[in-house]
Write a protein that binds this ligand. Structure first.
Ligand code: SAM
Length: 199
């Protein structure tokens, strides 16, 4: 499969990012989105440049395509997505069990916007979503919920994804690390105290 799979566009909309406390988790939402087969990440509200830059760097090194967007109003983004023929899937512990809806969602060819929150998600999204989907009826994490949802959507095929334009590619190894495309490393430096004293 290619990023986005058979749906053309599978984007993740991250709501309610709080720059002072959510940088790491929002970055992980975007990393999971990309690695598990989505082909876009959209950050509602103000742009957090540090988050967006770190994702852009990952795309530059490890490939894409991966659409990045920020500073968008979430509600009008959802409205526009639906108007252009896409469907909206809101991940929430209050939703319908993923097992009961994933068949219908996966078999529809429409582009998919997957919405995840940070803290309280406004009622609007529950009402506008085509599907409110729960990944178990317990509170946990947007990162875990997104990973499991994408895994189900793509039936596990995302593990074979190949990315275009990647500068780096991991070669699987039983032991150790093998990375294709890494530049020449600097020769190992001797620990300071062991260098010979200049004569
Ligand atoms: N109490 C918040 C609420 O009212 O939406 C949930 C906050 S939770 C830390 C952040 C996000 O994780 C949620 O907005 C949802 O997208 C996702 N999430 C957490 N548990 C989930 C679950 N069991 N199923 C689906 N999504 C979940």
């Amino acid at each position: 499969m290619k990023p986005g799979g058979v749906y053309g566009k599978v984007y993740v909309l991250r709501l309610g990012h709080r720059p002072e406390r959510d940088k790491r988790i929002t970055t992980h939402v975007a990393l999971v989105a990309r690695a598990f087969g989505a082909n876009g990440f959209v950050l509602e509200g103000d742009c957090d440049e540090s988050v967006m830059n770190s994702i852009a760097k990952v795309v530059e090194r490890w490939g894409g395509p991966f659409h990045l967007e920020c500073g968008v109003p979430g509600k009008s983004y959802v409205r526009a997505w639906k108007k252009s023929g896409g469907e909206v899937i809101h991940l929430t512990m209050y939703g319908v069990n993923v097992d009961d809806v994933i068949g219908v969602i996966a078999s529809s060819p429409r582009p998919k916007l997957i919405v995840v929150g940070a803290e309280k998600v406004e009622k609007y999204y529950y009402e506008e979503a085509d599907y409110n989907v729960s990944i178990g009826l317990q509170p946990h994490s947007e990162v875990a919920a997104l990973a499991i949802f994408l895994d189900r959507l793509f039936r596990g095929e995302w593990v074979y994804l190949e990315y275009e334009g990647a500068r780096l590619r991991i070669i699987e190894a039983v032991r150790g690390k093998r990375v294709e495309g890494e530049g020449r490393k600097r020769p190992p430096q001797e620990p300071r105290g062991l260098r010979e004293a200049p004569s």
